[in-house]
Design a protein around this ligand. Structure first.
Ligand SMILES: C[S@@+](CC[C@H](N)C(=O)[O-])C[C@H]1O[C@@H](n2cnc3c(N)ncnc32)[C@H](O)[C@@H]1O
Length: 185
């Protein structure tokens, strides 16, 4: 758990459409309820597989990843004009307080979670904004994704969010992943 990077030589696997088995475009966009004007930050955006799904529905998207090489791959693929790659750690985001209307993160929470990271998420998302997390669950079988002992279960993540005053408005444990939607105070 905690800070780690994704092997660049396996970056192509992040572009595999079979990933929608575990997280779909629709379930990310549903709770975000975007009207096309919002600023959304994608935390640990990788090659931009899911960033590309969000971009057509947002005003602006910050694609945050600490691996510059991931942004290089995203640029080669083709950046949507409203996506800005940002090389940064989630625990130290280069944004103003409340600059983002929403945050989303897919299959990455187990890699970046720390108290500092959640404090930053709370700081940069405006009051009343949404945070959507989909990640591999410790309650899963390990049929895909990182080993089960590298993951959090939903109860732990709910507790982590509650500790930071992030109000969980929806959450669900699925066979291999969990989804959690929170509102910022
Ligand atoms: C498993 S990949 C998932 C990428 C993308 N979210 C997706 O679903 O296609 C995780 C990505 O998060 C990035 N990452 C991990 N820890 C991070 C942190 N603390 N801050 C920013 N990015 C991080 C890694 O560099 C990697 O590109």
């Amino acid at each position: 758990m905690g800070f780690h990077t994704y092997p660049i030589e396996r970056a192509a696997e992040l572009e595999d459409p079979s990933r929608y088995r575990f997280c779909s475009r629709e379930e990310l966009l549903g709770p975000l309820a975007l009207d096309g004007t919002e600023t959304v930050v994608d935390l640990g955006s990788g090659t931009g597989f899911y960033t590309d799904d969000i971009a057509p529905f947002a005003g602006r998207v910050y694609a945050v990843d600490l691996q510059e090489e991931m942004h290089g791959i995203y640029r080669e693929k083709g950046l949507p004009e409203n996506v800005t790659p940002v090389t940064a750690d989630v625990a130290d985001l280069p944004f103003e307080d409340g600059e983002c209307d929403a945050a989303v993160t897919t299959m990455t929470y187990h890699e970046f979670y720390s108290e500092a990271a959640l404090a930053e998420v709370r700081r940069v998302v405006r009051p009343g904004g949404r945070v959507v997390v989909v990640d591999w669950s410790a309650a899963g079988t390990g049929e895909d994704g990182p080993s089960v002992d590298e993951r959090y279960d939903l109860t732990s993540v709910r507790d982590q969010f509650n500790d930071f005053g992030l109000e969980v408005v929806f959450s669900n444990e699925r066979p291999e992943t969990f989804v959690l939607v929170a509102s910022t105070p």
